[in-house]
Design a protein. Structure first.
Length: 255
C-alpha cells in the first residue's frame, strides 16, 4: 500500500511539473524574440515595442541605418502560431500600415524552415541599411519587394533552393538633389546558398541607372553606370559627381 501511494505521489509531482512547464512556455512573453532576432541579424535588425506572447503577439521592426541611426518601420507586425502536422507555423501580418500585401508564414519543423512567398512595401530610407549607392543618395520614395518561397535547412540555416526576387523602387528622389523626382527602377535577381546576382534597370525618370551586381560572402557588390537623360545634364551633374567616377557625362558605379 505504501509503494502504491509513493508511486501515486511521484506521478502527481511529475504531472504538476509538466503542467508548469507547458504553462510557462505557453505564456512566454513576446520579448523572448528580441535576443533571437538581434543575434540572427548580427544586431542590424531589432524587434521593439513588443506585446503579447512568444506565440501570439505584435511588435515593430527597427533597422540599423548607421552606427548611431535606426529606422523604425511604420505600423505594427502581428504574429500568430498555429500547430499542424507539418510543424509549427507562424503567420505574420501587419495591423496598420499594410506593409505586407497579404500575410506570409514561417513554418518550422525537424528538417526545414520554410518562409512562404510574399510581397512587402516600405520607405526607401531603409535602403541605407545596405550602404553603397543608397547611403550616398539618401533615397526617398516607396520600395516594393517580391520573393519566392524560401527553404532553409534547420540545422545550419543554408538555403536549399535558389530564390527569385524583384525589387521595385517607385518615384524615387534624393535628400541631396533639388529635383522632385529622379526616377523609378527595377532590381531583379536570384540568390542561393552559394550567393546570387541581380540586374538594375530604369523604368522612367531623368536619372538613368543600369548595371549588374552579386550577393556573396563579401556582401552586396554592384558595377554599373548612371547618366542623365538628354537635356538634364546640368541639373544632375552634381549628383552624378557624388555617385561615382564621373567623366563629364557618365558616372561609373562600383561598390
Amino acid at each position: 500500500m505504501v509503494n502504491v501511494l509513493s508511486r501515486y505521489k511521484w506521478l502527481v509531482i511529475l504531472l504538476s511539473l509538466a503542467i508548469a512547464i507547458i504553462t510557462s512556455v505557453a505564456s512566454a512573453p513576446a520579448s523572448y524574440w528580441q535576443p533571437i532576432i538581434k543575434r540572427a541579424s548580427h544586431d542590424r535588425v531589432r524587434l521593439v515595442n513588443v506585446s503579447g506572447t512568444l506565440w501570439s503577439g505584435s511588435g515593430q521592426w527597427a533597422f540599423q541605418v548607421s552606427d548611431t541611426n535606426w529606422q523604425l518601420l511604420p505600423g505594427r507586425m502581428q504574429w500568430d502560431e498555429r500547430f499542424s502536422l507539418q510543424g509549427m507555423k507562424w503567420v505574420i501580418s501587419d495591423i496598420e500600415y499594410k506593409t505586407f500585401n497579404r500575410p506570409f508564414s514561417v513554418l518550422i519543423n525537424l528538417t526545414r524552415i520554410i518562409v512562404s512567398e510574399g510581397t512587402c512595401n516600405f520607405p526607401a530610407q531603409l535602403l541605407e541599411v545596405a550602404g553603397g549607392l543608397a547611403h550616398t543618395l539618401k533615397p526617398i520614395g516607396e520600395v516594393s519587394i517580391q520573393w519566392q518561397a524560401i527553404q532553409l535547412n534547420n540545422a545550419d540555416f543554408r538555403i536549399q533552393e535558389p530564390v527569385n526576387f524583384r525589387i521595385d523602387l517607385k518615384q524615387m528622389h534624393s535628400a541631396i538633389s533639388p529635383l522632385p523626382q529622379l526616377g523609378s527602377y527595377k532590381i531583379a535577381g536570384v540568390f542561393s546558398e552559394v550567393g546570387g546576382h541581380y540586374d538594375v534597370t530604369t523604368d522612367t525618370g531623368p536619372l538613368l541607372i543600369e548595371g549588374q551586381g552579386v550577393l556573396g560572402s563579401k556582401g552586396i557588390q554592384f558595377n554599373g553606370e548612371a547618366k542623365a537623360v538628354e537635356g538634364m545634364e546640368e541639373q544632375l551633374g552634381g549628383l552624378l559627381l557624388l555617385m561615382g567616377e564621373f567623366n563629364g557625362r557618365v558616372a561609373h558605379l562600383h561598390f
